[in-house]
Design a protein around this ligand. Sequence first.
Ligand code: FAD
Length: 433
Amino acid sequence: MHRIVIVGGGAGGLELATRLGNRLGRSNRVHVTLVDKSATHVWKPLLHEVAVGSLDTNVHQISYAAHSHWNHFTFVQGELTALDRHTKQLKIGPVLETDGIEVLPGRSIEYDTLVLALGSRTHFFGVPGAEEHAITLDSLRQAERLRKRLLHACLRKTAHIWAGESAVVDIAIIGAGATGVELAAELRRMESTFKHFGILAKGPGARLRITLLEAGPRVLPALPLRVSASTHTVLDSMGVSVLVSKAVTGVHATKIELADGQTLPSDVTIWAAGIKAPGVLGALDGIAVNRINQVRVSKSLQSETDENVFALGDCASCVWTAENMVPPRAQAAHQQATFLVKALCARIDGRPLGIFQYKDHGSLVSLGSSTAVGSVAGPSRGGKVFVKGYVAEIIYAALYRKHLMAVSGLRRAAFAIAAHMLGRLLSPRVKLH
Ligand SMILES: Cc1cc2nc3c(=O)[nH]c(=O)nc-3n(C[C@H](O)[C@H](O)[C@H](O)COP(=O)(O)OP(=O)(O)OC[C@H]3O[C@@H](n4cnc5c(N)ncnc54)[C@H](O)[C@@H]3O)c2cc1C
C-alpha cells in the first residue's frame, strides 16, 4: 500500500490528512499518517484570543487521536528531527512529559510520499533580548504563556493601586501586521472585562497602556493602503498608541529600546514581527530551502530537489507571480491542501499532478467585537472590495467556521459551533485561571 506521511497538523496539514483519509484511507487504497509534535490542533488565527483569555482552548481544540480515528488516518505524536531520503524514513524525536520523563521513545516512519506542513515560527531578526524577554504568538503554549503573563501583570499592578502607586500596565506589541493589530484591539476590548472581574483595579487610575510598534511606514504593510489607513484610525479611536517607522533595537525585562535612542516601559512585550520556517527544515538531508528555512517547491508543490517530498503552507516557498511568493496565510494553506488532495490522488494513479495557482480572496483584520476591516474579492475578476464594520466581522467569523467544516464536516462543525456559543453564554467572558 502507498504510504503518505504528512508532518504538521495545522491549518493545511490537518485538512489534507482528513480529506485524504476519507478519500483513500477509508478504502484501504493508501495508508495516511499524520505526525505532529502536539496532541491537539488549534487553528492558529485564534491564538490572539487565547492570549487575551477571551477564548477557551478546551472548547476549541481538536484531539488528533480522536480525529484520526473518525477520518481513517493514523496519528503519530512526535517532533520531526531528521530525514533519510535514500531509505525514505523520517526520524521522530521522543515525546516527553513537562518534567522531562519519556512518554514515547524516538521512532522512524517510512514513507512513499512525504508532505511537510510544519508552519512557521517567530523571526526575531537577531534583536538582542527579544527571544529572552518577548513572548510570541506562534503556538498554543506561547499564547497560554502570554495569557498568564498578562493576568499576573494586571494583578501585580492592581496590588500597587492599594499602596497608592500607578496601576498602569504597559504592553508593547512589536510588529503591526495582522497578528499585532488584532492582539492590540482584542486587549483593548477585554480591558473592561478585566476590571469587571477584578483582574484590573476599577477606576481611571488602572488601565492597559497599549503601544503598537512598526518598523515600516504604516500598519498592516502587506495589505492595501486603504485598509491600513482605516485600521490606523480605528486603533487611534480605541486609544492604542500606534508608532510607525520605529525599529526596535533591544528588549529588556521591563523596557524596550528603539533605534532613535528612545526607551519605552513595558511590563509585557509581545513580538509579532516576521516569521521563519522551523530550523529542522534547513537541516533535512538534501532538501533545498530559502534563507528563512522554507522548502523551495515547484508549481506542483514538490521539493525542487526531491519529487517524493511535497511542502505546503507557511513552511513552503512557492512562486505566485513574477514579483511575489505565495503569502504565509491560512487561506494559502487551505488552497494548497485542496490542491494536494487532487495531486496526490493523481500521483497514485500515475496521472500528471497539475499546477497550483494561488487565488487571493482578500484579507480581513478583526478589530474587536463587531468590527473588522479588510478587502475581499469583488464581482470583477481580480478586483477587491473594501469592507468594514459588522459585515466584515461576519465574513471574518465565517473563516473559522469554514476551517471547522473543512476538517470536521458539516454536522460535527454545526455541533461544535453550537457548543462554542453555549460555552460563551455559560462561562465568564475571560479565562481567569
Ligand atoms: C495570531 C495569528 C493570527 C493569524 N491570523 C490569520 C488570519 O486572520 N488570516 C490568515 O489567513 N492567516 C492568519 N494567520 C496565519 C495562519 O495562521 C498561518 O498562515 C497558517 O496557520 C499556516 O498553516 P500551516 O498549515 O502552514 O501551519 P500551522 O497552522 O502553523 O501548523 C503547523 C503544525 O506543524 C506542527 N509542527 C511544527 N514543527 C513540527 C515538527 N518539527 N514536528 C512535528 N510537527 C511540527 C505544529 O505543531 C502545527 O500543528 C495568523 C497567525 C497567527 C499566529
